[in-house]
Write a protein that binds this ligand. Structure first.
Ligand SMILES: Cc1cc2nc3c(=O)[nH]c(=O)nc-3n(C[C@H](O)[C@H](O)[C@H](O)COP(=O)(O)OP(=O)(O)OC[C@H]3O[C@@H](n4cnc5c(N)ncnc54)[C@H](O)[C@@H]3O)c2cc1C
Length: 344
């Protein structure tokens, strides 16, 4: 591990002033310090932002929920406004990592976590994301965990976050602060597809800090609680703690037996948190039943590009979609309360 300078930021403004390509902010440290030890990230300076006043959750007048960047994954998952209005987010957070990690991990840190691609994390391997232009050892390597959707010739690394899959379905806005002031970015536009610049992973400048995440008005607030439901399903190699092989976040609103509105997002199979918009369009107006869910799953995966070792994930992702839609429907029929197991 390379030595680095360490300081503590006392205000958001001073933190942003520290920001540059050689500096990293540290929140929970659960990603950053791992990668520094592996020599994958080599900041000359680390700025601790834990003293900043970014730990509150507040309901805005327009019904949205604003979450400070330093709210921990545990606090967010158990926050009463989240469990009541965004159970999908709570389920996704609780399906991620372990209790100890969630106690340290923060909202912004989770948004900014790096891929778990083993070739990215091994400095002896070629990786265009870690070192632009060096190649991609995953493409002809062991690519069992890699992406089916959104990949490029340069990168097939999966985005690892569970929380971000729920956010893709819910809809959210990020607040960023830098020397030029504050700006907002839609969550859907924050993470970038790899293309031929996989080292550029998001829309955050080096001198900017994430200060907040604001969730869209929940589906349940503009409808009867009796007709809206959601479910996050994560399929993985082991139940204790493990990244997703495939996951699906589903939120829907029923009108009688038909789907009135639906949001569907996928994890574990794509290079960024993946909103399945075409599958959503195909579901609207359809009966809330297995045949509709299976058709949507086919549409969601029709552009999948399997590699040598991950073709099994095509079927796995389809099953995740069908089951998440089925359980979201059951939750809607039970009045929005989903008591089913969220992990498998
Ligand atoms: C063993 C293990 C298992 C895990 N399993 C899962 C899992 O199943 N699902 C899942 O989703 N995640 C999983 N994780 C990842 C975990 O969720 C992340 O490590 C965590 O969310 C990162 O948050 P943090 O606050 O610790 O970030 P840090 O490590 O402090 O920071 C991570 C990155 O974010 C940047 N950053 C932090 N805060 C800000 C800010 N406010 N503005 C701008 N940049 C910022 C840092 O500079 C750094 O680059 C796992 C991690 C481990 C170690």
């Amino acid at each position: 591990m390379r030595a680095f300078d360490f300081s503590r930021a006392e205000s958001v403004g001073s933190a942003a002033q520290h920001g540059n390509a050689e500096t990293a902010f540290v929140a929970g440290g659960t990603t950053l310090l791992d990668l520094v030890k592996l020599n994958v990230m080599r900041p000359a300076a680390v700025v601790d932002i834990n003293a900043l006043p970014l730990k509150t959750v507040e309901r805005l007048a327009d019904g949205r929920l604003r979450i400070g960047a330093l709210v921990t994954n545990t606090d967010l998952a158990h926050h009463p406004e989240v469990t009541r209005d965004y159970p999908l987010l709570s389920q996704a957070l609780l399906a991620g990592a372990s209790t100890q990690l969630r106690n340290m991990a923060t909202t912004a840190g989770n948004l900014m976590q790096r891929t778990r691609c083993p070739y990215f994390r091994d400095v002896g391997s070629a990786c265009n994301k870690r070192q632009p232009g060096s190649g991609c050892d995953a493409r002809d390597g062991i690519n069992r965990m890699h992406a089916l959707l959104g990949g490029s010739a340069d990168c097939i690394a999966v985005h690892p976050s569970d929380m971000c899959v729920a956010l893709a379905a819910i809809g959210a806005t990020l607040t960023l602060e830098g020397p030029a002031g504050e700006r907002e970015v839609a969550f859907a536009d924050f993470h970038r597809l790899p293309g031929d610049t996989p080292h550029i992973e998001h829309d955050l400048a080096a001198d900017e800090l994430i200060t907040a995440l604001t969730l869209d008005v929940p589906l349940t607030l503009d409808a009867s609680l009796a007709t809206a439901g959601s479910h996050y399903l994560k399929l993985r190699d082991r139940a204790s703690y493990e990244f997703a092989l495939a996951s699906a976040a589903a939120q829907l609103k029923l009108d009688g037996g038909r789907i009135h509105e639906v949001r569907l997002a996928l994890g574990g199979v794509a290079t960024k948190p993946w909103r399945a918009s075409e599958a959503e369009a195909a579901l609207v107006g359809q009966p809330a039943e297995l045949a509709s869910f299976e058709r949507a799953a086919e549409i969601a995966l029709r552009d999948a590009r399997p590699l040598a070792h991950n073709a099994f994930k095509v079927d796995l992702a389809k099953q995740a979609i069908v089951r998440a839609l089925r359980d979201a429907t059951r939750a809607a029929r039970q009045g929005g309360t989903d008591t089913q197991e969220s992990q498998a």
